[in-house]
Write a protein that binds this ligand. Structure first.
Ligand code: GDP
Length: 320
């Protein structure tokens, strides 16, 4: 049972916000920052112990992405507040400054050492038992085929120009693929689900295979479930999120392709609207709101924010 494998960074152990702020809501503008995030990012990540890394660059957004952006309101109880994080002393503007841009994630004191200095492919495993046994923490990326998983993986490790495309020999699309980062944690690429052309039996096997990994991999800190924000919610993604929620597997939702706005097809909905709809549809499956973050592999939106979020989950996990 997953809960017996704690300490994990799990929503059920997150502290609830104290609701002491004068305003029940505060505004975030996505992707346009309304606050001095760079200062905050650096104030939370000043002490890298990786000697060779560059500082995290400021998140860059294409100005054309900003034209349509409407303020996104996040109620306090929809924020992800990491454990050991007290927001009671924050007024709305300082709290806003502690939230990762384009997400509901509050930064904690554990958000440090986020840079990727080194990345290497380690192995592809067909069973959970065959995965690396060195006890390093790991994050698993999973999502529907074509959601943008390979692009995101490439973007996360871009400084080493490690090509993790599906064409690369060694990385098998139907295996659990481990990539070691900075020699001290893993990014794990899981098989995509929902291939339209795959026979039913094969789809079923993939489910069994990844479910076993989710339930039995004790070093799994969080699943990163990728969801395409450029289209309305798909049932298969809702089912996946529901299964993870009901099995209490720690999960972060990564909304991909957030650069795809202004498109009239797909109902003409903006990524923010699709994201809101997705959240509304899954909220019943979770005790507390899981973390979510907006990304684009085209503009690199969310890249540094994901790495900071992974860092805070990882550093907390290592301490407990
Ligand atoms: P995977 O099957 O989940 O690994 O998806 P890929 O990374 O191969 O991407 C599938 C398709 O979506 C490709 O045509 C990518 O160029 C495109 N794509 C991936 N990420 C983004 C993104 O952030 N924005 C846009 N506009 N297209 C993307």
């Amino acid at each position: 049972m997953i809960l017996s494998q704690l300490p994990r960074f799990h929503p059920s152990i997150f502290s609830k916000p104290p609701f002491s702020l004068s305003s029940p809501h505060f505004n975030l503008t996505n992707p346009k920052p309304t606050v001095s995030l760079p200062k905050t990012l650096f104030s939370f990540a000043p002490k890298s112990n990786i000697a060779t890394v560059e500082p995290i660059p400021l998140p860059v957004s294409d100005s054309s992405d900003l034209e349509d952006s409407a303020p996104v309101e996040i109620p306090l109880d929809k924020l992800f507040i990491p454990p050991e994080t007290d927001i009671s002393g924050d007024d709305p503007s300082s709290l806003t400054a502690r939230i990762l841009k384009g997400s509901n994630i509050v930064l904690s004191k554990y958000a440090r050492d986020a840079q990727v200095a080194q990345a290497e492919y380690v192995k592809s495993s067909v069973k959970t038992e065959d995965c690396p046994g060195d006890g390093l923490p790991e994050f698993a990326l999973v999502g529907r085929s074509n959601v943008g998983k390979s692009s995101l993986l490439n973007s996360l490790v871009r400084r080493k120009r490690l090509a993790l495309t599906s064409k690369k020999p060694g990385r098998k699309t139907q295996c659990i693929n481990h990539f070691r980062i900075n020699d001290n944690w893993y990014l794990v690429d899981l098989p995509g689900y929902g291939y339209a052309s795959a026979p039913h039996e094969l789809k079923h096997d993939w489910n069994k295979f990844t479910k076993d990994y989710f339930l039995n991999r004790s070093t799994l800190v969080s699943v990163f479930l990728l969801v395409d924000a450029s289209i309305p919610p798909k049932q298969i993604d809702l089912d996946y999120a529901s299964w993870l929620g009901q099995n209490q597997v720690p999960m972060t939702m990564v909304f991909t392709k957030c650069d795809k706005r202004k498109k009239k097809k797909n109902g003409g909905k903006k990524p923010e609207e699709n994201i809101k709809e997705f959240q509304d549809l899954i909220q019943g499956f979770f005790e507390t709101t899981p973390p979510w973050i907006m990304t684009s592999s085209v503009t690199n939106q969310g890249r540094d924010e994901i790495l900071l979020h992974m860092a805070q989950l990882r550093n907390y996990w290592l301490k407990h």
